[in-house]
Design a protein around this ligand. Structure first.
Ligand SMILES: *Cc1c(COP(=O)(O)O)cnc(C)c1O
Length: 377
């Protein structure tokens, strides 16, 4: 069934400097890797219970606090297992009885599935919308947590974060920000739990989860635990809270992942913070969507411009051109991971425009695609 990839060489002057456009794991900056190599002899392979690593974890927690301008009382928690493990942790440790989920793609559906499967919770309220759009949360007296997704990575839809109109005191707003954190603007006071993993906008590696938690969220973690619910230790948020306050994790974290995340957070802060990073992503997005709109064969998948993500772009191709062939030719030329999200099942390409990715490389990417499509004839 697989057709051979056409032998098309992209002229070197058209190629981006860095060919990584995947949505996660995503481009890690060379400078960050060099910094890790320079510190490796005193950092890698040392105890995560001692000062060196704890200092690095502290830098990450403080850096995120500053990056997100967290209100007083918010705390950054971390643990192992990435966002998927955090959904399980949240199912056990954040949902009191019933949650509401906005589902509009693969990732936003997964937390809803985790909550639905939990025998100790009531079936969640699910508000869904077609891929390429997003639903709005609806105030409901019957739920104690609203589950939002800042950027649906499978479809390239971003949503503005706000507490649902009419939401009451004590109802938590939990936001999956895995592909948004550090690249999209938001007001932390509109959220109680802003959680993510660092292999996307934070240009690090996978396997860790991070969560900026409000005092209300911390109270919830403590009250569910005090209520006696059985929670497996590795995903127990009360244990994560205790450890995070000591700049530690319950079990051993990947030290390189922590280090690379610190490099990225501090790089963004040195350059001007979240506004700088978001503006950089905006520039990439303007280039990419303007190219697609002007193109005779490409169209932005997300119809409503306000919903188009500036960190993940999904672009449909005319049916005469097989998107998987274009991605395969790009891959052969060192421009990788431009395939669309497989389960979406469209003739589509998908590109990350995370802060680590140079806007000039995004412009180069569009020229490479034009070259490949014209060579395919
Ligand atoms: C990548 C991604 C996830 C999954 O993250 P893991 O760390 O691999 O579990 C979840 N949600 C969103 C929005 C993502 O982009």
């Amino acid at each position: 069934m697989t057709t051979p990839t056409p032998d098309i060489a992209i002229p070197p002057d058209l190629l981006p400097v860095d060919g990584r456009f995947g949505c996660g794991p995503s481009k890690v900056r060379v400078e960050a890797v060099e910094a890790l190599a320079a510190d490796a002899g005193t950092y890698l392979g040392t105890s995560h219970r001692q000062g060196g690593v704890r200092f690095m974890v502290g830098r990450l927690r403080n850096g995120l606090n500053e990056l997100f301008s967290l209100p007083d009382g918010y705390e950054v928690l971390l643990g192992n297992g990435g966002t998927t493990a955090f959904w399980d942790a949240a199912t056990f440790g954040l949902i009191e009885r019933r949650s509401q989920h906005l589902t509009f793609g693969e990732f936003s559906s997964k937390f809803a599935q985790a909550a639905a499967a939990a025998p100790f919770l009531d079936d969640p309220e699910v508000v869904d919308s077609e891929p390429g759009t997003h639903p709005e949360a609806r105030a409901s007296t019957d739920v104690d947590l609203y589950a939002l997704t800042h950027n649906e990575t499978s479809t390239g839809v971003a949503m503005r974060l706000a507490r649902p109109v009419g939401a009451t005191e004590g109802q938590l707003v939990a936001v999956d920000a895995t592909s948004a954190a550090g690249g999209l603007r938001f007001d932390a006071s509109e959220t109680d739990v802003y959680y993510f993993a660092p292999q996307k906008c934070l240009a690090s590696d996978g396997g860790l989860w991070l969560a900026a938690c409000s005092p209300t969220a911390i109270e919830r973690i403590e009250s569910i635990k005090a209520g006696g619910r059985w929670i497996p230790a590795s995903i127990d948020l009360s244990i994560a809270l205790d450890n995070s306050r000591k700049d530690q994790t319950y079990n051993t974290p990947a030290l390189a992942t922590v280090f690379l995340a610190v490099q990225q957070v501090e790089w963004i802060l040195e350059n001007g913070g979240l506004e700088w990073a978001a503006a950089r992503c905006d520039r990439s997005a303007e280039t990419l969507y303007a190219w697609a709109e002007a193109s005779s064969f490409a169209t932005p998948f997300v119809v409503e411009p306000a919903d188009r993500s500036s960190v993940v772009a999904t672009i449909d191709l005319d049916e005469r051109i097989d998107a998987t062939v274009v991605s395969a030719v790009l891959r052969r030329n060192g421009v990788v991971d431009t395939e669309s999200y497989r389960k979406l099942g469209r003739n589509q390409m998908r590109f990350a425009m995370f802060p680590a990715i140079e806007p000039s490389d995004v412009a180069a990417l569009t020229r490479c695609i034009d070259h490949v499509v014209s060579a395919l004839g």
